[in-house]
Design a protein around this ligand. Structure first.
Ligand SMILES: [Zn+2]
Ligand SMILES: [Zn+2]
Length: 266
């Protein structure tokens, strides 16, 4: 059994107050083999996350030291780029400055300025307009292209409990299919994120049909992450993610070192 948690946050991210040591300890308690800290760096047309900017040097120093420490879990240095396509120059400059192991590409804020978590979901029409914009932003993220794995494809669903009728992205299958096709064509990874197990829909995501489509299009790289912001969530539900992946036909998961994939049997 090989466990990789390649989506986690410490206090170098604006929304976590856990130290890197606490996150490592949390991962160790769940027998995680590889832990990648992927701190938030979100982008806007006129700049990027100030919190990340402030801790950038300290984070790099600590992560590079831990990367060479030879402990279990193996600790890797990552980053989660939020909508880097809205400021590609800043995003590429960040990537050029750091010797990251893994880069997650995500959408947290829509290109019309709406924060997906901060939006007031007053009806199904709001959910639909968020999804509509979200998938077109994912398309732009793919066109930007400088990341290793596509983070939490089902992200907007997390905040739609009570309004979104069923725990599925199936109504958007036609929108999602070309995104997965392009992701596979670029040879990038698709992330299975287990945060959904701690949300109203109680399952890792994206769903099996999306993973099967990705595989059908030639996608071979998949990553697994808890999206933990606290040590107690580190490594949580990774076996559920692996079971989902096996059901969809995958027999390996990927980790990235210096942005090169390494495959591990599951
Ligand atoms: Zn995220
Ligand atoms: Zn995250």
């Amino acid at each position: 059994m090989f466990l990789a948690d390649t989506h986690t946050h410490s206090s170098y991210s604006f929304d976590s107050s856990s130290s890197v040591e606490q996150m490592i300890q949390g991962a160790r308690q769940r027998q995680v083999d590889v832990l990648c800290l992927t701190e938030h760096c979100d982008f806007w047309p006129d700049g990027r996350c100030l919190h990340y900017q402030k801790g950038e040097q300290a984070c790099e120093k600590q992560m590079l030291a831990l990367r060479g420490a030879g402990q279990k879990p193996q600790v890797l240095y990552g980053v989660e780029l939020g909508q880097p396509q809205v400021n590609p120059a800043e995003a590429r400059a960040l990537l050029a400055r750091h010797d990251y192991d893994m880069v997650i590409g995500s959408i947290h804020t829509l290109s019309d300025g709406r924060d997906i978590y901060g939006t007031r979901y007053t009806g199904l029409d709001v959910c639909e307009s968020v999804f509509d914009r979200y998938f077109s932003d994912v398309e732009d993220l793919l066109a930007f292209g400088d990341f290793d794995t596509l983070g939490h494809l089902d992200y907007p669903m997390r905040v739609m409990g009570g309004l979104w009728p069923a725990p599925t992205l199936a109504p958007y299958r036609e929108r999602i299919a070309p995104l997965l096709k392009e992701l596979a064509r670029q040879g990038k990874a698709l992330e299975v994120n287990t945060k959904g197990c701690r949300e109203w829909f109680r399952q890792p995501g994206p769903e099996r049909w999306a993973l099967e489509l990705f595989r059908q299009y030639g996608g071979r790289l998949v990553t697994t992450g808890s999206d933990a912001h606290k040590p107690q969530n580190c490594g949580q539900d990774l076996l559920a993610a692996q079971a989902l992946l096996r059901a969809a036909g995958f027999d390996c998961i990927a980790t990235f070192e210096r942005r090169q994939p390494r495959l591990h049997k599951i």
